[in-house]
Design a binder for this molecule. Sequence first.
Ligand code: ZN
Length: 282
Amino acid sequence: MSAYELLHFNTAVAAKKPYCIANPQVKCPFCDRGSLVNILAEDYPILLVMNKYPVLKDTYPTVLVETADCQQEFSDYPKEHLHKVISFGVKKWLEFENSQQFASVIFYKSHGPLSGGTVKHPHMQIIGLNTVNCYKNVLPEHFEGIIIDQKDGVEFNLATKPRTGYTEFNITLTNPKLAKIADPVKSTGPQEELQGLELKDYLNPEQLNQFADYTQMATHFSLHYFHKNCNSYNIFFYRLDDRIIAKVIPRFVTSPLFIGYSLPQVSDNQDAILRIIREKYF
Ligand SMILES: [Zn+2]
């Protein structure tokens, strides 16, 4: 079976989008909270809204607005807010999965000019895909790595087989209860005992907080200690059976070898990266 999957991009919608990431003249759509419509869920200051600019066809695109303040950044959030954002986001993402309305569900964050994002205001996106399987080209190897730390069933590693390169961090939370949530990619429904229960009954808050802490650490390292020119990163979330995984990728211009041949690369300075992280955060 071919591993080819294709999303359809709507250029007319994209042309109307406010590109405020590199242009201070353009008004931030998420600062003006009063004007936001189609609010799906709220836990102040966090909001889940429908994306006003649905550039991807056949999708259910939502935006998770993380803060009321444009100047805040995920890597610097106080612990309490960080935990609130991650637990809100993971719950909503898994609710989308459990709803069985989509072929697969994308959950990710972009920060900085090289991340592919167009709006600076701290936000993430949860996108239900009606027909496309976003996991077709995702391999278990992408999440293998040298362990930096582990606690409460959560592992923080430096990828040895990155998806694109050159440096990627994986944060993996393992909990058998996660396998009970419906998995659209495997076409499994929710297990019986999940019906009538809230997803929060299936997620362990301490584990999720540890997952959030390691994820934040990887973003903070990327922006502050990794490379003097690094001002961008992405976080991608994946679900594999009884695991949820956050992959943090510091972003630069993408290697032409990846663009042309899908050939990932891994840096040879992994020892130095591990040494700095252990020194600064543990
Ligand atoms: Zn803003």
